[in-house]
Design a protein around this ligand. Structure first.
Ligand code: PGA
Length: 251
């Protein structure tokens, strides 16, 4: 089996002024351009996407959006479509727990967004994960989120990255242990294998996300079924994000 190239995503969420964003982009480019062994995807807030595209043009760093609407255009005030993103981003996070739980994104919407992202030639990072109160049924929750996310798909698109993010670990400092994260990522891979076949599952990159930082990344990076990380808070600090990316690339 070819070694999967790990992916590190930096999800800035609703943070940074434009000045801060430009400075962070410059620092990341200076520190990480050309890094071998990991693919790096920087996901700033939507207003700074074209700044990011400009700042990272010609580098090995790629730009991702944090969300998207499922329709290509129309009367949807405030929404941004996948064809619009296609000029400035190459990735889109979809199904993040903050979209699902704070904004009420339904499973149907996640599925429609996933289709829209792929139809526009973009690459999705599909986030799945259980809430604290669902911890005793994690396998059921993950299976349901995968089934619903991929509803109607007869094959697993090669460009899909899955992010396993237990909701209780996001932004809390309470990261999953590397062993637990490995177990869950392996479980997701086995579910993908059942649904789409072993080869597709073997090729699929599965990230861990939830309170990843430079101190704990090494524990995840060496796990056989964890192919990188989706990083929130620590992605706002150039030194921290660089350390995380380097640790993943070196593993
Ligand atoms: P965190 O966020 O690293 O701040 O926990 C992770 C995420 O939301 O992807």
């Amino acid at each position: 089996m070819a070694r999967r190239l790990p992916v590190v995503g930096g999800n800035w969420k609703m943070h940074t002024t434009r000045t801060e964003a430009r400075a962070l982009l410059q620092a990341l480019r200076a520190d990480l351009d050309g890094l071998a062994g990991a693919q790096i995807v920087v996901c700033p807030p939507a207003p700074w996407l074209s700044d990011a595209a400009d700042a990272l043009a010609g580098s090995t760093l790629e730009v991702g959006a944090q969300d998207v609407h499922w329709e290509p255009n129309g009367a949807f005030t405030g929404a941004i479509s996948a064809p619009m993103l296609a000029g400035v981003a190459s990735w889109v996070i979809v199904g993040h727990s903050e979209r699902r739980h704070l904004f009420g994104e339904t499973a149907e919407e996640t599925n429609a967004k996933l289709r829209a992202i792929l139809a526009a030639g973009l690459r999705p990072i599909l986030a799945v994960g259980e809430r604290q109160e669902e911890s005793d049924r994690t396998a059921d929750i993950l299976r349901r989120q995968l089934d619903e996310g991929f509803l109607g798909f007869d094959r697993l698109p090669a460009d899909v990255v899955i992010a396993y993010e237990p909701v209780w670990a996001i932004g809390t400092g309470l990261a999953a242990t590397p062993d637990d994260a490995q177990t869950r990522c392996a479980l997701i891979r086995s579910m993908l294998a059942q649904r789409f076949g072993a080869a597709a599952a073997d090729n699929c990159r599965i990230q861990y996300g939830g309170s990843v930082n430079p101190q704990n990344i090494g524990g995840y990076a060496k796990q056989p079924d964890i192919d990188g990380a989706l990083v929130g808070g620590a992605s706002l600090d150039a030194a921290a994000f660089t350390a995380i990316c380097r640790a993943v690339a070196a593993a």
